[in-house]
Design a protein around this ligand. Structure first.
Ligand code: HEC
Length: 195
């Protein structure tokens, strides 16, 4: 048989398997392309909202005089699991949606409201692919390649994230749970003790 024919057969089998076999994980888990890129999680706006940061200073996107919001969402299956355990299960998908802030518009005179998306980033825990990984999306349609594990994303999240490399200290519905379930990282607790 030709290689091309084999490939077609393999794809046919693979897609049949996807249809037949239900996902072992939550139905809101990640989907990858055949070459291992992450498909954009299109439904994230109906997921659980964790918080909005305004002009947080770590942001590499903040330009002088420009304001930005960082909206964080998580897939409902992972949120539900966090309620019980205080930490994240496999296939947790966290989204950071960066939006421009604006003052002038309609009747507004003061403060900031949100407008266009600047960038969308994903922090995804997938044990089958080596654990937590970051993906940056330029737009919300093109699949993204994994950000290399040498990138500063990993170092900062590892050193400063309060729960399992995520910034639960800034997600007000989750921080009390993590405290109660004693899942806060030793690094975060040491920093708190110094204050
Ligand atoms: C200097 C520290 C730092 C660096 C570097 C950093 N982040 Fe973060 N990240 C944060 C903080 C702080 C938050 C909480 C944001 C909020 O509350 O709005 C966050 C939140 C996130 C989230 C939401 C989920 C979570 O893990 O809490 C994603 C996704 C994310 N960052 C992606 C990235 C990516 C991709 C990079 C690298 C290109 C990166 N970050 C680099 C500090 C950092």
């Amino acid at each position: 048989m030709h290689r091309a024919v084999l490939a077609v057969v393999a794809i046919a089998i693979a897609s049949a398997a996807t249809v037949i076999a239900p996902r072992a994980q939550t139905s809101d888990g990640p989907a990858y392309t055949a070459d291992g890129r992450l498909n954009f999680p299109a439904g994230y706006r109906t997921w659980v909202f964790l918080s909005s940061g305004l002009d947080m200073s770590y942001s590499p996107f903040a330009l002088p005089g420009r304001h930005s919001f960082t909206n964080v969402f998580v897939n409902p299956g992972a949120y539900e699991s966090f309620q019980k355990t205080g930490t994240w299960p496999d296939k947790t998908t966290l989204i950071l949606e960066v939006r421009r802030g604006e003052t002038s518009g309609s009747i507004n005179k003061n403060g900031q409201f949100q407008t266009d998306i600047v960038q969308t980033e994903v922090h995804l825990k997938d044990e089958a692919r080596g654990g937590w990984a970051f993906y940056g999306f330029r737009d919300q349609t093109t699949p993204a390649t994994m950000t290399a594990r040498t990138a500063d994303c990993y170092a900062c999240h590892q050193a400063n994230g309060a729960v399992d490399t995520t910034f639960v200290q800034f997600y007000p519905t989750l921080l009390p749970l993590a405290r109660e379930k004693k899942t806060l990282s030793t690094g975060y607790l040491a920093g708190e003790a110094k204050k």
